[in-house]
Design a protein around this ligand. Structure first.
Ligand code: 4AD
Ligand code: MG
Length: 428
């Protein structure tokens, strides 16, 4: 029976096993040869004794990263680090690797990020890189599990769309037969329509496209958005749902990969039970105490956010953003319309999530379109859903890569993106 390396390690001494994997490294000595075999679960030494002449010969023609199948007996009293080896009886080359490798898997010297991304298939064979994406999967599973428990259903909305969701400038145009279309910036409008459709709680995990020209360590042109929308709810309900989703994601990651991460020097954040909140206006005050002048209605610069972030050790919300800074669908704060029922979730200086209570009154929505200089006609596919019974609702969009990045303390979003799309890269 073919086993994974991790499963093989749990077998009894002398068990006959078949293992498949990559030849991470090998050494040919006079009397014996060694292979470090790697699969998706770990590495194990394969030892080929002198008397197995055919095998010794096969080994001498091996290359690093060749894919092999090894049959042999487990020896649990070996002189290896973990005390375990497989004494090989046979070795089959399933696919030979070319040489030299474009990128080493076990080399100590780190290649630059461009070389690594150009050869991502091999870069991801490194344990520490592989671990990033297994971590991301666990975090997402923790969030999904929590949302399911809270009676959200997972939905899938179109990515080829006819109108801008988050504002006009940052759209990728698509030629859609005889019509002009765009890649969607966010599932925002569709998840709201689904609230009118009566689903009450929906979430989506999918790609979002932003034709932003800047090239920074925290922006991608295609990212993965975890989006929720909840009916008969306001921004405070959405914030609570976000806080608990994040905590569930971190719990899931900690319980599965926490030890592996700490062996790589990565300690996961300890989210506070209640994430602190600070309003936009309080941020301005905080900044002015530090001699940083920010006028009401301006967005915070990265430098501003560094100062604000230095006041908080972990996750916190910035609430009540100026209405003029938020998209048309954002609910103004009742009685103080220059502010809005909106929030960002921050981790130190990084924005992880934006969310809000939404406008549900069709007349107010129409006004908001006009205020933003948008043509309501362009959005009739969306605003129609508001005329025939739209519940009050709220939600958020959480960038999966941003979340993974801050959790694993990485400094470039490309590290946590399998195949990043940035200002200059569309391949591989
Ligand atoms: O802040 P954004 O643009 O908000 C929305 O899309 C709203 N529809 C959300 C809502 O429900 N009100 O994007 C949400 C999150 C950001 O906080 C960030 O984490 C991530 O998506 N994000 C990006 N991640 C990487 N690269 C980019 N260019 C990103 N733009 C947004
Ligand atoms: Mg935002």
């Amino acid at each position: 029976m073919s086993l994974s390396i991790a499963d093989a390690l749990t077998q009894e001494n002398d068990t006959e096993v078949t293992l498949n994997g990559w030849v991470q490294d090998f050494r040919v000595l006079k009397t014996v040869s060694f292979i470090v075999l790697r699969d998706h679960t770990g590495v194990l030494q394969v030892t080929v004794k002198k008397d197995k002449e055919v095998l010794q010969k096969a080994i001498s023609s091996l290359q690093r990263e060749t894919v092999v199948s090894v049959r042999g007996k487990l020896n649990k009293e070996a002189l290896t680090k973990n005390g375990i080896e497989v004494i090989a009886d046979s070795l089959t080359v399933l696919n030979k690797s070319a040489t030299p490798l474009p990128l080493g898997v076990i080399d100590k010297v780190n290649a630059d990020i461009e070389t690594r991304l150009n050869n991502r298939f091999i870069d991801l064979r490194k344990e520490e890189n592989n671990l990033i994406f297994r971590s991301e999967s666990e975090v997402l599973w923790g969030i999904r599990k929590y949302l399911h428990e809270q009676k959200f259903i997972e939905v899938h909305t179109p990515k080829i769309v006819a109108a801008a969701t988050e504002g006009g400038a940052d759209l990728f145009p698509v030629q859609y037969f005889e019509k002009n279309a765009y890649l969607n910036q966010s599932p925002q409008l569709y998840k709201e329509i689904l609230i009118s459709a009566g689903f009450n709680r929906v979430f989506e995990v999918g790609p979002a496209f932003r034709a932003e020209k800047h090239n920074t360590p925290r922006h991608l042109n295609e990212f993965t958005s975890i989006d929720i929308e909840m009916g008969f709810s306001d921004h405070t309900d959405a914030m609570r749902m976000l806080q608990e989703s994040i905590k569930s994601g971190i719990r899931q990651l900690k319980s599965t990969l926490g030890d592996s991460l700490s062996s790589h020097g990565i300690n996961l954040p300890e989210p506070p039970d209640e994430f602190p909140k600070i309003t936009y206006n309080e941020c301005i005050e905080l900044l002015s105490n530090r001699n940083e002048v920010v006028n009401f209605g301006s967005d915070f610069t990265p430098e501003n956010l560094k100062i604000i972030g230095s006041e908080f050790p972990s996750f916190y919300f910035i609430t009540e953003w100026p209405s003029e800074l938020r998209a048309f669908y954002t609910m103004p704060k009742p009685g103080q319309e220059s502010l809005s029922n909106s929030f960002d979730l921050q981790f130190k200086e990084f924005e992880i999530t934006s969310g809000a209570q939404r406008v549900h009154d069709p007349d107010m929505l129409e006004l908001r379109f006009r205020k933003k200089g948008l043509n309501p006609e362009d959005f009739s596919f969306y605003s129609n859903a508001f005329r025939y019974g739209m519940p009050p609702h709220a939600g958020w969009g959480l960038g999966l890569e941003r979340l993974t990045m801050i959790m694993l303390n990485m400094h470039n979003i490309r590290e946590v993106t399998l195949f990043p799309r940035d200002r200059t890269r569309i391949s591989p």
